[in-house]
Design a protein around this ligand. Structure first.
Ligand SMILES: Cc1cc2nc3c(=O)[nH]c(=O)nc-3n(C[C@H](O)[C@H](O)[C@H](O)COP(=O)(O)OP(=O)(O)OC[C@H]3O[C@@H](n4cnc5c(N)ncnc54)[C@H](O)[C@@H]3O)c2cc1C
Length: 412
């Protein structure tokens, strides 16, 4: 009998259990929390009351790991948001174009995503859950251990791993709202992310039960008020009125909750394969955790899990899996990190090293944004790279890439 253990039943742990289950006789998933029977927030995932967006790439990866995921999310009340007709996104100094890109994204609250996925994984006959079990040391009596304990991981704390880290100081404050009658049935996602160094931004996410999850964010010491009046006033200070308009009549369904993300961290386990205990593999936030504004964490966890499944399929021996898996997982983290870090480092107060050629990189991403407004094919490419459907390398060749290069030349 071969047995795998997954520690942590967040999105990364669930995706990991699905990824490894075909290769073992049994998989046990441990979590310290009392896992709820419904879509409810829980202590071990304190970020779960904030807006969580599943990228298109994440949805595709989850569907590969757990066929039927898209249908399960829709059945659990996910709102299908068509890209980009159902999206009002104010980015820097302009609205993004609203046109049909042929994609849609499924939006719901993080507890609802997790609950729907947990049900999918529970239905796999080889997987068993043991909740209310905090694991304080790596288990020894097992064939493979996947560590999915999140950004606060301690189980691999003694492993000497090189890390990249940015001091980002992002603050999120969110609440669920009942929609006023004139907005009922509206499945519109609204975002307002002004030009740096302005660090106030906001997101209105349509979620299950025809409710809104509204998040206002800031960086550094520019805290978002946690009372209704202050929250509304902060929304009214954004450069476009769309979020404040919705908040004016929306009724909060619970308290405001805040979450502070001091640092983005990427632990380069791929450069320390031999330093990990044998047959112990990290996944999800335990490897890389970003500024969440770009909605990448759950999708990256799913991408890691696909990498894990491919590494297991390609390895003759369980001792070889780490060397096959960790570089693949690093590629997934790298794409997300590149996008988030480029924006973070544009804020002068972000602590971290600006890579060589950083200004040129910013000019490239600005050229792509402007070209996307003009050309549907660039808009689609930008969506697909940002949503991890395509790798960043896709921006370097092809007709859309040539339009971006032309835009860059035009402005230089
Ligand atoms: C404010 C905020 C907003 C975010 N928004 C988005 C978004 O829009 N889109 C997106 O994709 N991602 C978002 N994320 C990131 C996302 O939450 C995570 O990246 C994603 O859920 C993957 O996390 P994980 O499963 O690796 O870790 P976690 O979600 O932290 O789960 C870790 C699990 O391990 C358990 N655990 C921990 N220690 C132990 C132990 N010793 N023994 C047993 N169990 C243990 C915990 O109870 C928990 O269940 C956001 C994050 C934050 C902070």
């Amino acid at each position: 009998m071969t047995r795998a253990v997954v520690i942590g039943a967040g999105i990364a742990g669930l995706a990991a259990a699905a990824a490894v289950s075909p290769f073992f006789d049994g998989v046990v998933v441990f979590d310290k929390d009392d896992l709820p029977t419904g879509p409810r927030p829980r202590k071990g995932t304190a970020q779960d009351t904030q807006v969580h967006i599943l990228l298109k790439g994440g949805e595709i990866w989850l569907e590969r790991l757990l066929p039927g995921t898209r249908a399960a999310l829709l059945a659990a009340g996910a709102v299908e948001v068509r890209q980009a007709e159902d999206v009002s996104m104010w980015e820097r100094d302009a609205w993004q174009a609203m046109r049909d890109l042929g994609h849609s994204q499924l939006m719901m609250s993080r507890p609802a995503y997790e609950h729907a996925l947990r049900r999918q994984v529970m239905a796999l006959d080889k997987v068993e859950f043991r909740d209310r079990t905090a694991v304080d040391a790596l288990p020894k009596d097992t064939d493979l251990v996947v560590v999915a304990t999140g950004r606060g991981d301690r189980l691999l704390g003694d492993v000497d791993v090189p890390a990249t880290s940015l001091g980002i100081e992002v603050n999120y404050t969110s609440a669920r709202f009942a929609k006023p009658p004139r907005f009922r049935g509206e499945g519109r996602f609204i975002g307002c992310i002004p030009l740096p160094p302005d660090d106030r931004y906001g997101l209105v996410c349509p979620v299950e039960n025809d409710e809104w999850l509204i998040t206002l964010c800031s960086r550094f010491d520019n805290k978002v008020p946690t009372d209704l009046e202050g929250f509304r006033a902060r929304a009214a200070s954004l450069p476009v009125p769309d979020i404040a308009d919705r908040l004016a009549e929306a009724v909060p369904l619970g308290p405001f909750s805040s979450y502070r993300i001091a640092r983005a961290t990427w632990r380069h386990f791929e450069r320390a394969v031999d330093r990990l205990p044998p047959r112990v593999l990290p996944i999800g936030d335990c490897i890389s955790s970003f500024n969440p504004t770009f909605g990448q964490g759950m999708s990256v966890a799913a991408g890691h899990a696909v990498a894990l499944r491919e590494a297991l399929a390609a390895s003759k021996n369980l001792d070889d899996v780490a060397a096959a898996y960790l570089p693949r997982a690093a590629e997934v983290s790298g794409q997300a990190w590149g996008m988030a870090a480029a924006t973070d480092l544009e804020y002068p107060r972000t602590e971290g090293e600006r890579p060589p050629g950083f200004e040129r990189m910013l000019q490239g991403s600005e050229a792509m944004r402007r070209a996307a407004a003009l050309h549907p094919e660039v808009h689609l490419l930008r969506f697909e790279i940002g949503n991890m459907v395509k790798s960043s390398a896709a921006a370097r060749s092809g007709p859309a890439a040539r339009l971006v290069a032309k835009e860059m030349l035009r402005r230089s």
